[in-house]
Design a protein around this ligand. Structure first.
Ligand code: C5P
Length: 212
């Protein structure tokens, strides 16, 4: 019997806490990542989904690891990376986190005027550095300007096999929408436009292309 493909997918936002009641995050709903996980499951793959806080229910049969912060997501992805064949990093990871997290809620009049931020580690960059020959690594680039140039730079810098570019300046697609429009670039120089469609339909098209 052929070996089952192990597919590792990240989805949703991360939260970077300031104090117990406040965090920095983004509007990612996780819909694209969950659609990819469902598609992988329908194809008979073993699916590990590392999910930030979202309100979608995954389909039965998918292994879900729930995380909040970028560091928790990093640990979960690194733990499963070596045993995965196909890795899709679809999560909208917070690039920065507050340097200090207060254990107690800051009162309104004590709340700092400025919050010092420090960078989170780039999970995808780290996965790209660890990638083995038979692994396929896919990243996402959500851009508001210079999309193609930024996507190609990320493809190269993060040692990816594919990158999926979203134009998030288009209000009909992307963050928290049911629809998307993607341009996929491969490290071998392919460029394919996937037209405006439901995220589930795009997930099917993405797998067809990546597994070709
Ligand atoms: O460089 P940029 O953040 O735009 O790259 C986007 C890609 O990198 C996405 O696939 C995202 O999941 C991933 N990423 C990451 N760790 C970060 C920031 C982004 O894995 N700290």
């Amino acid at each position: 019997m052929a070996k089952k493909i192990n597919c590792l997918i990240s989805a949703g936002p991360t939260r970077e806490w300031i104090d117990p009641v406040r965090f920095i995050s983004n509007p990612s709903s996780g819909k694209m990542g969950y659609a990819l996980a469902k598609e992988a499951h329908n194809r008979g793959f073993d699916v590990n989904l590392v999910s930030g806080p979202v309100s979608i229910r995954p389909v039965d049969g998918i292994m879900v690891t729930r995380v909040e912060t970028a560091e928790e997501m990093r640990k979960a992805m690194l733990e499963k990376f070596d045993s995965s064949d196909l890795i899709l990093m679809c999560a909208a990871v917070s690039d920065h986190k507050p340097k200090f997290q207060w254990e107690q809620k800051k009162k309104k009049d004590q709340f700092p005027q400025n919050i010092e931020m420090i960078p989170n580690k780039d999970i995808l960059l780290e996965l790209g550095q660890k990638k083995k020959k038979l692994q396929t690594l896919v990243g996402f680039a959500a851009e508001t300007e210079n999309g193609v140039q930024n996507a190609l730079e990320k493809l190269n810098k993060k040692n990816l096999d594919w990158i999926a570019l979203n134009d998030i300046s288009n209000k009909k697609i992307g963050f928290d929408k049911d629809f998307n429009e993607i341009t996929l670039f491969s490290s071998s120089g392919k460029r394919v436009n996937l037209d405006f469609s439901k995220k589930e339909e795009l997930a099917t098209q993405m797998f067809e292309l990546i597994l070709k």
